[in-house]
Ligand binder design. Sequence first.
Ligand code: NAD
Length: 260
Amino acid sequence: MTERKTALVTGSTSGIGLGVAKALAASGANVVMNGRRPADEVQGLLAEVAGATGAAVTYANADMTSPAEIEAMMAQAVDTFGAVDILVNNAGIQHVAPVDEFPPEKWDAVIATNLNSAFHCTRLALPGMKKKGWGRVVNIASAHSLVASPFKSAYVSAKHGLLGFTKTVALEVAAQGITCNAICPGYVLTPLVEKQIPATAKARGITEEEVINDVMLAPQSTKKFVTVEEIADLTVFLCSAAGASMTGTALPVDGGWTAH
Ligand code: NAD
């Protein structure tokens, strides 16, 4: 990047979000990280993301299910850096259960975290991007934006919704130098997936090893988990000049899963 941009990555204290934060800092952006952990617990992570890049890295402990906390986070980012040029909507949770046993409060939490937070962050970031005539919104969606799996009704609904939101935003702001795309990863071995392994074993009545080989890696023709770095590097590409004409897309990074 020629000019230092400011990137905000929701849910960036672990997994894909942390990898994206690191890659964006390395590409020359200042970074606002976000998560639920208190600020004093994540100072080491902030230092790790900044590394030797020269990037300024700050942190907002804001709950992505709370529109008020999202508003405060976005205001804090603008106060510190002047604008949010790059928004990565990454925060997400999963809950695995048959639909007729799905706890309604879990449904609400999955939709609020994985879908509503992207709406709130995007609506608050766009005015600054429009003012500058440049912006990038990258939604960390999922292969589950394109296909379904049993026992993940809330997650699949949220991720399909996120892809619809991506396309709509892209069309609305395309003429103003702003792109909006959805990256659709297959399985990446992060804390979110590690937690799902025992839950899926229980829901399907199979062993954890069978979950990995027969459920998670079965549709991925590479027979490998996707890596955090692959998602992070694609995010950086979308934020580069080379990504200027890519908008409204769903980009599967799924080892061939959705090619079936
Ligand atoms: P993860 O559990 O490692 O990270 C999720 C992050 O979101 C954490 O930093 C967590 O603190 C944060 N978060 C959760 N709820 C939050 C809230 N209410 N407010 C603020 N932060 C919150 O999981 P991950 O696998 O890195 O997932 C990141 C994104 O990638 C999610 O949107 C997920 O759906 C998506 N994704 C993951 C995979 C995969 O296989 N891991 C595949 C496709 C898509």
